[in-house]
Write a protein that binds this ligand. Sequence first.
Ligand code: C2E
Ligand code: C2E
Ligand code: C2E
Length: 91
Amino acid sequence: NGAAEPPPRLVLDLERLSQVPSDKAGPLQRYAATIQSQRGDYNGKVLSIRQDDLRTLAVIYDQSPSVLTEQLISWGVLNPEARRAVDTTAG
Ligand code: C2E
Ligand code: C2E
Ligand code: C2E
Protein backbone atom coordinates (compact mmCIF):
# COMPACT_ATOMS: atom_id res chain seq x y z
CA ASN A 1 0.00 0.00 0.00
CA GLY A 2 3.02 2.26 -0.21
CA ALA A 3 3.12 3.12 3.46
CA ALA A 4 6.58 2.97 4.99
CA GLU A 5 7.18 -0.30 6.80
CA PRO A 6 10.03 -0.78 9.21
CA PRO A 7 12.81 -2.82 7.66
CA PRO A 8 12.76 -6.47 8.69
CA ARG A 9 15.15 -7.63 11.35
CA LEU A 10 18.27 -9.49 10.37
CA VAL A 11 18.41 -12.52 12.64
CA LEU A 12 21.28 -15.02 12.52
CA ASP A 13 20.61 -18.63 13.58
CA LEU A 14 23.74 -19.28 15.62
CA GLU A 15 23.23 -23.05 15.79
CA ARG A 16 23.00 -23.36 12.00
CA LEU A 17 25.93 -20.99 11.66
CA SER A 18 28.08 -23.27 13.80
CA GLN A 19 27.25 -26.19 11.47
CA VAL A 20 28.31 -24.51 8.22
CA PRO A 21 31.88 -25.51 7.28
CA SER A 22 34.22 -22.77 8.43
CA ASP A 23 35.97 -22.49 5.05
CA LYS A 24 32.73 -20.81 3.96
CA ALA A 25 31.30 -19.39 7.15
CA GLY A 26 34.53 -18.54 9.01
CA PRO A 27 34.42 -14.75 8.50
CA LEU A 28 30.75 -14.60 9.52
CA GLN A 29 31.39 -16.90 12.50
CA ARG A 30 34.16 -14.57 13.72
CA TYR A 31 32.04 -11.46 13.06
CA ALA A 32 29.08 -12.87 15.02
CA ALA A 33 31.38 -13.96 17.86
CA THR A 34 32.78 -10.42 18.03
CA ILE A 35 29.27 -8.91 18.29
CA GLN A 36 28.33 -11.43 21.00
CA SER A 37 31.46 -10.53 22.91
CA GLN A 38 30.89 -6.76 22.58
CA ARG A 39 27.31 -7.15 23.81
CA GLY A 40 28.09 -9.77 26.43
CA ASP A 41 25.33 -11.79 24.71
CA TYR A 42 26.58 -15.37 24.84
CA ASN A 43 23.54 -17.50 25.57
CA GLY A 44 21.26 -16.74 22.63
CA LYS A 45 20.25 -19.22 19.93
CA VAL A 46 19.86 -16.28 17.59
CA LEU A 47 21.60 -12.93 17.19
CA SER A 48 19.95 -9.80 15.79
CA ILE A 49 22.44 -7.75 13.80
CA ARG A 50 22.47 -4.27 12.29
CA GLN A 51 21.58 -3.48 8.71
CA ASP A 52 25.03 -1.90 8.51
CA ASP A 53 26.62 -5.18 9.53
CA LEU A 54 25.22 -6.87 6.42
CA ARG A 55 26.89 -4.21 4.27
CA THR A 56 30.16 -4.73 6.12
CA LEU A 57 29.88 -8.50 5.66
CA ALA A 58 29.24 -8.03 1.94
CA VAL A 59 32.58 -6.18 1.70
CA ILE A 60 34.29 -8.95 3.67
CA TYR A 61 32.80 -11.60 1.34
CA ASP A 62 33.46 -9.47 -1.78
CA GLN A 63 29.83 -9.85 -2.87
CA SER A 64 26.82 -7.58 -3.22
CA PRO A 65 24.56 -7.47 -0.15
CA SER A 66 21.76 -9.16 -2.12
CA VAL A 67 23.96 -12.05 -3.29
CA LEU A 68 25.35 -12.53 0.22
CA THR A 69 21.81 -12.42 1.65
CA GLU A 70 20.70 -15.23 -0.70
CA GLN A 71 23.74 -17.30 0.26
CA LEU A 72 23.13 -16.89 3.98
CA ILE A 73 19.42 -17.76 3.53
CA SER A 74 20.40 -20.89 1.54
CA TRP A 75 22.66 -21.96 4.42
CA GLY A 76 19.68 -21.57 6.77
CA VAL A 77 21.65 -18.99 8.74
CA LEU A 78 19.59 -15.88 7.94
CA ASN A 79 15.82 -15.42 8.12
CA PRO A 80 14.20 -15.19 4.63
CA GLU A 81 12.41 -11.96 5.59
CA ALA A 82 15.89 -10.40 5.49
CA ARG A 83 15.47 -10.22 1.69
CA ARG A 84 13.30 -7.16 2.19
CA ALA A 85 16.16 -5.48 4.04
CA VAL A 86 18.39 -5.34 0.98
CA ASP A 87 17.66 -3.51 -2.24
CA THR A 88 17.38 -6.49 -4.57
CA THR A 89 17.11 -4.22 -7.59
CA ALA A 90 20.66 -3.00 -7.00
CA GLY A 91 22.09 -6.45 -7.72
P1 C2E B 1 27.67 1.51 20.63
O1 C2E B 1 27.35 1.36 19.20
O2 C2E B 1 28.25 2.80 21.09
O3 C2E B 1 26.29 1.25 21.43
C1 C2E B 1 26.24 1.49 22.81
C2 C2E B 1 25.00 0.88 23.40
O4 C2E B 1 23.84 1.47 22.79
C3 C2E B 1 24.87 -0.61 23.14
O5 C2E B 1 25.56 -1.31 24.14
C4 C2E B 1 23.37 -0.81 23.23
O6 C2E B 1 22.96 -0.87 24.59
C5 C2E B 1 22.84 0.46 22.62
N1 C2E B 1 22.55 0.32 21.18
C6 C2E B 1 23.19 0.89 20.14
N2 C2E B 1 22.58 0.61 18.97
C7 C2E B 1 21.54 -0.20 19.28
C8 C2E B 1 20.54 -0.85 18.50
O7 C2E B 1 20.44 -0.75 17.24
N3 C2E B 1 19.64 -1.62 19.18
C9 C2E B 1 19.73 -1.80 20.54
N4 C2E B 1 18.85 -2.63 21.12
N5 C2E B 1 20.63 -1.18 21.29
C10 C2E B 1 21.53 -0.39 20.67
P2 C2E B 1 26.01 -2.83 23.88
O8 C2E B 1 24.87 -3.64 23.33
O9 C2E B 1 26.62 -3.29 25.13
O10 C2E B 1 27.12 -2.74 22.73
C11 C2E B 1 28.41 -2.18 23.04
C12 C2E B 1 29.16 -1.88 21.77
O11 C2E B 1 29.38 -3.11 21.03
C13 C2E B 1 28.42 -0.97 20.80
O12 C2E B 1 28.66 0.35 21.16
C14 C2E B 1 29.07 -1.35 19.48
O13 C2E B 1 30.33 -0.70 19.36
C15 C2E B 1 29.31 -2.84 19.62
N6 C2E B 1 28.20 -3.61 19.07
C16 C2E B 1 27.28 -4.33 19.75
N7 C2E B 1 26.43 -4.96 18.89
C17 C2E B 1 26.83 -4.60 17.66
C18 C2E B 1 26.33 -4.94 16.34
O14 C2E B 1 25.32 -5.65 16.16
N8 C2E B 1 27.01 -4.44 15.29
C19 C2E B 1 28.09 -3.61 15.46
N9 C2E B 1 28.66 -3.11 14.35
N10 C2E B 1 28.59 -3.26 16.68
C20 C2E B 1 27.96 -3.77 17.75
P1 C2E C 1 12.02 -10.43 18.65
O1 C2E C 1 12.91 -9.34 18.18
O2 C2E C 1 11.11 -11.04 17.62
O3 C2E C 1 12.92 -11.54 19.33
C1 C2E C 1 12.35 -12.78 19.71
C2 C2E C 1 13.31 -13.55 20.59
O4 C2E C 1 14.47 -13.89 19.83
C3 C2E C 1 13.83 -12.79 21.79
O5 C2E C 1 12.93 -12.94 22.85
C4 C2E C 1 15.13 -13.50 22.09
O6 C2E C 1 14.89 -14.68 22.79
C5 C2E C 1 15.62 -13.87 20.70
N1 C2E C 1 16.58 -12.87 20.20
C6 C2E C 1 16.41 -12.00 19.16
N2 C2E C 1 17.53 -11.32 18.94
C7 C2E C 1 18.43 -11.75 19.85
C8 C2E C 1 19.80 -11.41 20.12
O7 C2E C 1 20.44 -10.56 19.45
N3 C2E C 1 20.39 -12.08 21.14
C9 C2E C 1 19.73 -13.02 21.89
N4 C2E C 1 20.39 -13.59 22.90
N5 C2E C 1 18.45 -13.35 21.67
C10 C2E C 1 17.81 -12.73 20.65
P2 C2E C 1 12.90 -11.86 24.03
O8 C2E C 1 14.28 -11.52 24.47
O9 C2E C 1 11.94 -12.40 25.05
O10 C2E C 1 12.30 -10.54 23.35
C11 C2E C 1 10.96 -10.54 22.95
C12 C2E C 1 10.68 -9.31 22.12
O11 C2E C 1 10.93 -8.13 22.90
C13 C2E C 1 11.57 -9.18 20.90
O12 C2E C 1 11.03 -9.91 19.80
C14 C2E C 1 11.50 -7.70 20.64
O13 C2E C 1 10.29 -7.35 20.03
C15 C2E C 1 11.52 -7.15 22.07
N6 C2E C 1 12.92 -6.88 22.44
C16 C2E C 1 13.75 -7.58 23.25
N7 C2E C 1 14.95 -7.02 23.34
C17 C2E C 1 14.88 -5.91 22.58
C18 C2E C 1 15.82 -4.90 22.25
O14 C2E C 1 17.00 -4.89 22.68
N8 C2E C 1 15.38 -3.91 21.42
C19 C2E C 1 14.11 -3.90 20.93
N9 C2E C 1 13.74 -2.89 20.11
N10 C2E C 1 13.21 -4.84 21.18
C20 C2E C 1 13.59 -5.83 22.01
P1 C2E D 1 16.30 -2.85 17.63
O1 C2E D 1 16.93 -2.67 18.96
O2 C2E D 1 14.84 -3.12 17.57
O3 C2E D 1 16.62 -1.51 16.80
C1 C2E D 1 15.97 -1.27 15.54
C2 C2E D 1 16.63 -0.11 14.84
O4 C2E D 1 16.50 1.10 15.62
C3 C2E D 1 18.12 -0.31 14.65
O5 C2E D 1 18.34 -1.05 13.47
C4 C2E D 1 18.61 1.13 14.55
O6 C2E D 1 18.36 1.65 13.27
C5 C2E D 1 17.70 1.86 15.54
N1 C2E D 1 18.32 1.95 16.87
C6 C2E D 1 17.94 1.31 17.99
N2 C2E D 1 18.69 1.68 19.03
C7 C2E D 1 19.59 2.58 18.56
C8 C2E D 1 20.66 3.32 19.15
O7 C2E D 1 20.96 3.24 20.37
N3 C2E D 1 21.36 4.16 18.33
C9 C2E D 1 21.08 4.25 17.00
N4 C2E D 1 21.85 5.07 16.23
N5 C2E D 1 20.07 3.57 16.40
C10 C2E D 1 19.34 2.74 17.17
P2 C2E D 1 19.72 -1.84 13.30
O8 C2E D 1 20.86 -0.94 13.58
O9 C2E D 1 19.66 -2.44 11.94
O10 C2E D 1 19.72 -3.00 14.41
C11 C2E D 1 18.88 -4.14 14.28
C12 C2E D 1 18.83 -4.92 15.56
O11 C2E D 1 20.14 -5.43 15.88
C13 C2E D 1 18.42 -4.11 16.78
O12 C2E D 1 17.02 -4.04 16.82
C14 C2E D 1 19.00 -4.94 17.91
O13 C2E D 1 18.19 -6.08 18.14
C15 C2E D 1 20.32 -5.42 17.32
N6 C2E D 1 21.42 -4.49 17.66
C16 C2E D 1 22.05 -3.64 16.83
N7 C2E D 1 23.03 -2.99 17.44
C17 C2E D 1 23.04 -3.43 18.73
C18 C2E D 1 23.86 -3.12 19.86
O14 C2E D 1 24.79 -2.29 19.84
N8 C2E D 1 23.58 -3.79 21.00
C19 C2E D 1 22.57 -4.70 21.08
N9 C2E D 1 22.35 -5.30 22.26
N10 C2E D 1 21.75 -5.01 20.03
C20 C2E D 1 22.01 -4.39 18.88
